[in-house]
Design a protein around this ligand. Structure first.
Ligand code: NPG
Length: 367
């Protein structure tokens, strides 16, 4: 594909309700949409770097910088065969996985449109719909949490993830477990504990949780191994798995028994598939994480989650859980069985609503 132009759109989108995690409270979600024109087609990619470095060192501003000054120049006005060719060309760029993933996604979208194949088909996905759950932010009190969970269950979600942090963990999980003894339930600490303070989490081991996600440092593998030894509940890694190599090492060390795959965090769909395949060979279940994506990133997550080893429900909720107005014309809804249907049109299978895009654009860079 001959790459003709690239436009970067830094967006800030209001969330339907504030989302609180151990690293902060968000009322808006930033991202950088990458628009790539080639051969009369337009491909879209979403870089999920947020306004602040609470989850990752990457921010929308660092992603704009890396995309504008290094990644886009590597492909502009050149022939790029596919996502693999792009990754080879930018392999010298250290880190900045989310920036890379945004441009890579746009190339997949272009490839799919050109070949008339859906992203699911390109990636080797199987299921036409994928099991999903909902991620519930830290609430004002355990009572408020029960109300919020009840309303998501009324919406049809059949798997719930609770955000936790020190002091807002066991009582909350216990309250939900008592009310819903059979609910598929898991917790996510986003690196809020140390090996020492994680002792407070011990009662969680008796709650029949699907998993405990990223309790310790975002750069840690070894202490997670030590923690996992003392827990029957699987530890799941998110932040710490930044590449296929990190995934392999985490499994070799016994740092976790489940992996959350986010294509943005690992540098794109190619790396995500590599991690998926390795976990499958090792008998390790994976699930698709979410970063409050717009309809563009959500379409990519759905295609990815249709691969066979995504055996646990993903953090891929319906559009209405995140945004009153999204930037895609397509709106994702929850099916009665707590699944979402994977788009089957060519490429990502979604179209961007230019009016909505303009409403949420903070900065636009045309290259
Ligand atoms: O459904 O997209 C979703 C949100 C799932 O909890 C979720 N994401 O730590 O995994 C996380 C968290 C997150 C949100 C991380 C935004 C980074 C940014």
């Amino acid at each position: 594909m001959q790459i003709e132009s690239i436009t970067l759109h830094h967006l800030s989108m209001p969330l339907v309700s504030p989302f609180e995690t151990s690293f902060g409270r968000a009322t808006h979600r930033d991202c950088v949409m990458v628009e790539v024109r080639a051969e009369g087609l337009i491909g879209w990619g979403e870089c999920p770097a947020d306004s602040n470095p609470g989850y990752s060192y990457e921010t929308a501003q660092t992603a704009l910088h890396i995309l504008r000054d290094f990644l886009a120049p590597a492909v502009l006005a050149t022939e790029v065969a596919d996502a693999a060719a792009f990754q080879e060309r930018v392999a010298w760029v250290r880190g900045h996985a989310m920036a890379k993933s945004g441009l890579e996604m746009a190339l997949w979208d272009l490839q799919g449109q050109r070949e008339g194949r859906s992203l699911r088909a390109l990636l080797g996905g199987e299921s036409p719909s994928v099991a999903v759950g909902v991620s519930v932010g830290i609430q004002a009190s355990p009572e408020k949490l029960l109300d919020t969970v009840a309303s998501y269950l009324a919406d049809g979600y059949r798997r719930v993830k609770l955000k936790i942090k020190p002091g807002r963990d066991v009582a909350e999980a216990l309250a939900v477990r008592r009310r819903y003894p059979d609910l598929k339930l898991q917790v996510d600490a986003n690196s809020a504990y140390t090996l020492e303070t994680a002792d407070a989490l011990r009662p969680l081991d008796d709650l029949g949780l699907l998993l405990i996600e990223q309790p310790l440092g975002e750069d840690d593998l070894w202490d997670h191994h030590r923690l996992q030894k003392g827990f029957r509940t699987p530890i799941c890694l998110d932040e710490s798995v930044i590449s296929p190599r990190a995934a392999r090492q985490a499994l070799e060390m016994g740092s976790c028994r489940v992996i959350n795959i986010k294509q943005g965090r690992v540098g794109g769909l190619l790396n995500a598939i590599e991690i998926h395949n390795h976990c499958r060979e090792q008998g390790i279940p994976v699930w698709c994480g979410g970063m409050l994506e717009t309809g563009v990133g959500r379409a990519a997550n759905l295609a990815l989650a249709s691969l066979p080893n995504f055996t646990l429900p993903g953090d891929i909720s319906a559009t209405a859980r995140y945004y009153e107005r999204d930037i895609t014309h397509e709106v994702f809804t929850l099916n009665a069985d707590s699944t979402i249907t994977v788009p089957d049109k060519p490429g990502l299978g979604v179209t961007v609503d230019r009016n909505a895009l303009a409403v949420f654009t903070v900065t636009k860079v045309e290259l």
